[in-house]
Design a protein around this ligand. Structure first.
Ligand SMILES: NC(=O)c1ccc[n+]([C@@H]2O[C@H](COP(=O)([O-])OP(=O)(O)OC[C@H]3O[C@@H](n4cnc5c(N)ncnc54)[C@H](O)[C@@H]3O)[C@@H](O)[C@H]2O)c1
Length: 295
């Protein structure tokens, strides 16, 4: 099995930054690539902020040394060429098949042929992405949870043609990153989103049909089922547009009406009420929580 010492991360957004931070903290050399320097600057800031907070809590005595060591392991780049000598790649660019396809075609050209290509996609078929690549057996899903440095799970998604060796190397890497890999097969939504998102959708139907207020629905799941956060608040946090996109993937992927998106969700997304990031979803948020629009 190949030993992984240096990893490449494609995309320096929320997830790519979290993955790079986690990899560097675990002692791996990391190259993170995005299309523009401004995204890399933002990524560096986000990583520094998160790493400082985490180390101050975990290990205050050695925090400054560990911070320096981890940051020194991350190389921020706008060029694919800097990924030429990595041993493993994790892709975390936008959730769009064509964008990912283009990224994988670059990665196939630049990396060694034995390098495994992993995608952090939440909803695109790993089998389909693999089939359009030249590395069907060295292709896999590595579905991290947000925020990556804090969440233990990595859902390892096995495409139809993923090899046993790829599966083993990826599982070992996930453990090296301090995560618990859990293996699933490639079907729409994998396991995480197939169970979570329909539950959020059902909460929206309960609100839509007047079964209860948003506050009651959330209180019932928090106090009665011990969920740390109610489903409507969680949907706001995930982003209502993201919830709708994933529901559509399930609905179209299975052609089963049980995944029909709640009409209230569809209407809210159409209005631009996207949850916390837009300042309004099922709840109102302080304007300072609203994510500034990407330029
Ligand atoms: N945000 C989450 O909670 C979450 C959770 C699990 C999985 N995911 C998945 O992770 C992936 C990334 O999500 P995100 O929330 O980090 O998105 P994001 O929008 O924060 O980041 C995506 C980044 O990719 C960059 N990018 C676009 N094209 C590129 C290219 N050709 N080369 C390099 N970089 C490029 C963008 O500039 C952007 O910085 C998606 O597939 C998403 O479905 C997201």
């Amino acid at each position: 099995m190949m030993s992984v010492k240096k990893i490449g991360v494609a995309g320096a957004g929320t997830m790519g930054s979290g993955i790079a931070q986690t990899a560097a903290s675990a002692g791996l050399d990391t190259v993170i690539r995005d299309v523009d320097q401004k995204f890399l600057d933002r990524s560096r800031q986000a990583i520094e902020h998160s790493l400082r907070k985490l180390l101050d809590k975990q290990d205050p005595q050695n925090a400054p040394t560990r911070f320096q060591a981890a940051m020194a392991r991350i190389y921020f780049s706008t060029s694919w060429k800097d990924l030429a000598d990595v041993d493993f790649v994790i892709e975390a660019v936008n959730e769009n098949f064509d964008v990912k396809r283009e990224v994988f075609s670059q990665l196939e050209q630049i990396t060694r042929p034995d390098v495994i290509l992993a995608s952090n996609t939440s909803s695109i078929s790993i089998t389909r992405l693999a089939a359009s690549s030249g590395r069907r057996d060295r292709f896999i899903g590595m579905h991290f949870m947000n925020p990556v440095p804090l969440m233990k799970l990595v859902e390892i998604v096995r495409g139809l043609q993923t090899s046993e060796e790829t599966l083993n190397t990826t599982g070992t890497l996930a453990e090296r990153l301090g995560k618990t890999p859990v293996e699933v097969n490639d079907f729409p939504g994998f396991v995480s989103n197939r169970l979570l998102i329909p539950m959020l959708n059902e909460a929206m139907f309960a609100l839509f049909e007047g079964v209860g207020s948003a506050e009651s629905i959330d209180a019932i799941m928090e106090l009665g089922m011990n969920h740390p956060m109610g489903p409507l608040r969680l949907a706001d946090l995930i982003g209502l547009d993201v919830c709708l996109d994933i529901l559509n993937v399930l609905y179209e992927g299975f052609r089963d009406p049980k995944y029909r998106p709640c009409p209230l969700l569809v209407k809210m997304v159409a209005a631009g009420y996207l949850g916390k990031k837009s300042g309004r979803g099922f709840y109102q948020y302080d304007a300072s929580f609203a994510k500034s629009p990407r330029s």
